[in-house]
Design a protein around this ligand. Structure first.
Ligand code: PMP
Length: 388
């Protein structure tokens, strides 16, 4: 099978699997004082260091969670501590194209949430952000800004560094959901200038069920736990750590951190070939966000006159895995909120599929996908395809 759905989840890297199997063969609780417990603690702390290195943060500032959804819910709360100072936030300012775990998973009262529009290419309108932040600052309200680094559906990269500068100029706190970035683009918290960052294990070749909230400063944290209990993870996310998943996350983080730009270049080569073939062969097909900087592994293609669900099933039967819009929203009826925010009409958005590549992708995958599309799309459209 050809798996072109790395933005939904990545296959487990062999090194992550090996690290997990080692842990599964042991029996310690990371909070126990005996040797078994200390061994488990050692695994968790080594993974913490690896994840910290991946994003350029102090390891003391990492809270392991069950994934990015939990990390986003943990940090998107009005009561925060920044560099040791309590900072109560009055409003959450976010973008129209955020992941549902931000849009629906935050812990603010609904009336205190504001959404900034994006342009036709899916990039945040910075002037609109500035206006909103200036308004809140003038009224004495502190904002928490949450902006994703790269969109999971389109791969469009947001101007996070510029947004952080604006946020801080207006006394706001800045959070970034960077889930889709590691291994695909450079990622450094200091460069981004954010106070908090979210990442997820299963988007970087680690297992599902682990993620992290990272703070830029060891004394920055949400003040209200997501889960209260035994005090694990700085008292913010109680419960016995999932040591095996965290170990796999750490192993995947080590590989991503070592990759530099080469892997991103390889993915870009594959993605560009795939995209070029599609646009050339299929009349009326169109790439969302084509005009701006995007992740090198992602393409969201709108096929005129097709239903994405039908195309996804036909490709599945041809042994090619892709998503309609985002996997997270594919179970529900209705077009993607991301494409809608970009001004794509319902009919066109209904024909969008996302192809996303990753560490396991190779030239042959692209060949197979192109051949499958060449068989399937004309059949669904019931008209001949242009010769390649
Ligand atoms: N944010 C973004 C941008 C994502 O793509 C995803 C996964 N689809 C999440 C958050 C949620 O991550 P997790 O599955 O680890 O909860």
């Amino acid at each position: 099978r050809v798996f072109l759905d790395h933005n939904a989840t990545t296959p487990l890297r062999p090194a992550a699997r090996a690290a997990m199997l080692d842990v599964l063969a042991a029996s310690g609780n990371a909070s126990s004082v005996h040797a078994d417990g200390r061994a488990a603690r050692g695994v968790v702390e080594a993974a913490r260091t690896a994840v910290a290195r991946l994003v350029g943060a102090p390891s003391a500032a990492i809270v392991f969670t069950s994934g990015a959804t939990e990390a986003n819910a943990l940090v998107l709360h009005p009561d925060l501590e920044i560099a040791g100072q309590n900072q109560a936030c009055d409003v959450l300012v976010t973008s129209a194209v955020e992941h549902p775990s931000v849009l629906r998973g935050h812990r603010f009262p609904i009336a205190q949430v504001e959404s900034i529009p994006v342009d036709a290419d899916g990039r945040l309108v910075l002037d609109a952000l500035e206006q909103v932040l200036a308004g809140h600052a003038a009224a004495g309200r502190r904002a928490l800004v949450s902006l994703m680094l790269a969109n999971n559906e389109t791969g469009v990269i947001q101007p996070v560094t510029a947004a952080s500068a604006l946020a801080h100029a207006h006394g706001a706190v800045m959070h970034c959901d960077a889930v889709q970035a590691p291994g695909r683009m450079s990622l450094d918290m200091a460069t981004l200038g954010v106070d908090f960052l979210t990442i997820s294990s299963h988007k970087i070749g680690g297992p599902q069920g682990a993620g992290a909230l990272v703070a830029a400063h060891p004394h920055s944290r949400p003040r209200v736990p997501l889960i209260a209990g035994g005090g694990q993870e700085r008292g913010l996310r109680a419960g016995t750590e999932n040591v095996a998943a965290i170990a796999g996350f750490g192993a995947a983080a080590v590989i991503c951190a070592a990759q530099g730009g080469e892997e991103a270049g390889r993915l870009r080569g594959l993605r560009d070939r795939l995209e070029k073939e599609i646009v050339e062969r299929f009349q009326g097909s169109q790439v969302a966000g084509a005009g701006v900087e995007r992740l090198p592994n992602t393409t969201s293609v709108i096929f005129a006159g097709l239903k994405a669900e039908t195309l996804v099933i036909a490709l599945d039967l041809a042994h090619v895995s892709v998503s309609a819009g985002s996997a997270c929203s594919s179970g529900k009826v209705g077009p993607s909120h991301v494409l809608a925010a970009m001004g794509v009409g319902d009919a066109a958005a209904g024909g969008a599929i996302r192809l996303s590549l990753g560490w396991s992708s190779c030239d042959e995958d692209v060949d197979v996908a192109i051949a499958a599309l060449g068989r399937v799309v004309p059949r669904l459209l019931n008209r001949p395809v242009r010769a390649a």
